[in-house]
Design a protein around this ligand. Structure first.
Ligand code: NAD
Length: 253
């Protein structure tokens, strides 16, 4: 099979739903050998059934992420691409966010990608090259209008900082590291966000209206953006936060 990731060994975290499912599917369709992970084993295994392999991994647990990367290297001979996608979203105002909520969001959304990068870089140093794509969010660049993504946005900001540190430190070792900053994607995460609002339909309509493209993203559209960064088409792109937001950041008022 030929494709933009033909024969590449890829790990995608959080493949049981939404963007992770689309990432695994799109990358496999481009010829990648994909190892997907999730904590929801039924959903994760379902995604990977015909397109690759599945392994249970809680990305907030370092030993599990290390074992995931070791598994990938054993299966594929090397790790070419690591996509740190798994995350959770807790909707809470800053003033009401508990320490427990903050710890959980930071554990999955910041420690998870940190561990993913740590073990991916080790594997990529062994093989001499690789590409890491971290899924961040425009919530790290903009304050969201209803103010309930304080912890989430803080974690995603950390992911973007981590991306740059890796790009600068390991560029000469043949390792690229970039992030994707999506706007709203039509996944269970964002559906849950709308559902938790006082008036879900109004919040959704307001969100769609804010976007110059007049709509929210499909998961495949963001997966194709990550695919660009992962592939050789982006061979001179590193340390970049690629915003895929339907034009939202271009709006002045
Ligand atoms: P989702 O909730 O639909 O899917 C997330 C997946 O991650 C689920 O399968 C879940 O089981 C898994 N997961 C959760 N905790 C995990 C853990 N500890 N270890 C392993 N897997 C775990 O979310 P999504 O919308 O597909 O989001 C995917 C990525 O895109 C996330 O990084 C999210 O922050 C980012 N993002 C989403 C949106 C959006 O509008 N949906 C916008 C910007 C960024």
């Amino acid at each position: 099979m030929s494709g933009r990731l033909s024969g590449r060994g890829v790990v995608v975290t959080g493949v049981g739903s939404g963007l992770g499912r689309a990432l695994a599917t799109e990358f496999a369709a481009e010829g990648a050998k994909v190892l997907g992970c999730d904590v929801n084993d039924e959903a994760g295994a379902e995604t990977m059934k015909d397109i690759g392999a599945y392994r249970h991994t809680d990305v907030s647990r370092e030993a599990e992420v290390e074992a995931l990367v070791v598994d990938a290297v054993e299966r594929f001979g090397r790790l070419d691409v690591m996509v740190n996608n798994a995350a959770i979203q807790v909707e809470e105002q800053l003033t009401e966010t508990t320490e427990e909520q903050l710890d959980r969001v930071l554990a999955v959304n910041l420690k998870g990608p940190f561990f993913g990068c740590k073990y991916a870089v080790r594997a990529m140093l062994d093989s001499g090259s690789g590409s890491i794509v971290n899924i961040a969010s425009i919530a790290a660049i903009l304050g969201n209008f209803d103010g309930v993504l304080a912890a989430y946005g803080a974690a995603k900001g950390g992911v973007m900082a981590l991306t740059k540190t890796i790009a600068v430190r390991y560029g000469r070792d043949g390792i690229r590291c970039n992030s994707v900053c999506p706007g709203d994607i039509l996944t269970p995460m964002v559906e849950a966000y709308f559902a938790a609002a006082e008036d879900p339909a109004a919040l959704r309509a307001q969100a769609e209206k804010e976007y110059p493209l007049g709509r929210l993203a499909q998961p495949q559209e963001i997966a194709r953006t990550a695919l660009f960064l992962a592939s050789d088409d982006a061979c001179f792109v590193t340390g970049h936060d690629l915003v895929a937001d339907g034009g939202l950041l271009a709006v002045a008022y």
